[in-house]
Ligand binder design. Structure first.
Ligand SMILES: [Zn+2]
Length: 331
């Protein structure tokens, strides 16, 4: 009796799984056909769709890719789409972020924009999606001169959902003070029950960077970059120097967002076989059409002056335990 029930249960589960699969495929296919844009031939040089003008089309035969470069006419935002008949689709919204100090502005901002936005005023919409999305990749990264927010998925509905969350996060984040204290830095009593106890600095990025700078390899990598190109943004630590992070203010962070996370400073990227037309329409209607062009000269990095003579730098790193052990054995 028991066995029979179990086998029935198995059959039902298989049926439900099949149903879910069929339904989700139907949604995906219908939406794509309606947009009628998997056909890259629609995009011709000089064509303007949703205020995006096609500036360049290149065929990369070795990779079966058709690359389409577009520029938004009103804001000058750039868009690069790599069409390939690959179901693992990628979307990324990126900004040129070129800090001039070591407070970790772009890194802390990257954390805070993912803490809720106008459309998604919940705590951590990004992390909430981790267990309810079919994404094959989700993350955000800060580099020396850029911040990027990429994801990938094979499901079109999931692609649209994540795109909405990512775009709202970067263009209309809440940037709340409490999120700044949590992700950036704050003072806290060593014993939260006793206000007379010693104060210590806490914060997600602050701790992350303390961890990063406890690795000799990371210190060396950072110092090499800072020493080779010392005059502008490559001369500072974009992730944040733990000794300098407490110099950052909430106001400073909001200003940095206003200056750098503007469509005129944005670069959009997508890859795969989902309709490009859909992304262009959504981005233009929801965000770009409501913004004016903003000069972005302040984010441009000037060329580094050539050295006239060789340089020598001394970098202080963490005590090398293994090296010391070996040394004491040998002598
Ligand atoms: Zn981080």
């Amino acid at each position: 009796m028991l066995c029979r029930r179990l086998s029935n249960f198995k059959l039902n589960t298989r049926y439900i799984q099949q149903l879910i699969r069929t339904k989700s495929q139907t949604i995906t296919k219908t939406d794509i056909t309606e947009e009628n844009a998997t056909d890259v031939a629609t995009f011709q040089l000089g064509l303007t769709v949703h205020d995006f003008e096609v500036k360049d089309i290149q065929s990369l035969k070795e990779f079966n890719i058709t690359a389409i470069k577009l520029i938004h006419r009103k804001t000058k935002a750039e868009y690069l789409h790599l069409y390939r008949n690959d179901s693992n689709n990628v979307f990324s919204v990126n900004f040129r972020t070129t800090p001039k100090d070591n407070t970790g502005l772009p890194h802390i901002l990257e954390h805070i924009v993912l803490c809720g936005s106008k459309l998604y005023p919940v705590r951590d919409p990004f992390f909430k999606m981790l267990n309810r999305s079919l994404a094959t990749f989700m993350n955000a990264m800060t580099g020396a001169d850029y911040t990027m927010y990429p994801f990938s998925t094979q499901n079109f509905q999931d692609f649209c959902n994540l795109q909405k969350i990512y775009l709202d996060a970067v263009f209309r984040p809440n940037l709340r003070y409490l999120d700044f204290l949590q992700e950036g830095w704050r003072l806290e009593n060593t014993n939260p029950q006793d206000i007379k106890s010693d104060l210590i600095i806490k914060g997600v990025v602050y701790n992350e960077m303390k961890g990063a700078f406890s690795e000799n390899e990371r210190i060396l990598e950072q110092k090499v970059l800072n020493s080779i190109l010392p005059d502008h943004t490559y001369g500072v630590i974009s992730g944040g120097d733990p000794l300098k992070i407490p110099d950052l203010t909430w106001e400073g962070l909001k200003n940095f967002h206003k200056q750098c996370y503007h469509p005129s400073n944005a670069r959009f990227y997508s890859y795969g076989n989902f309709p490009l037309m859909h992304s262009l329409k959504y981005i233009n209607e929801t965000y770009l059409s409501q913004c004016e062009y903003q000069d972005q000269q302040h984010t441009v990095v000037p060329a580094q002056k050539r050295w006239t003579q060789p340089k020598q730098e001394h970098v202080i790193g963490r005590y090398d335990n293994l090296g010391e052990a070996l040394k004491s054995k040998m002598f």
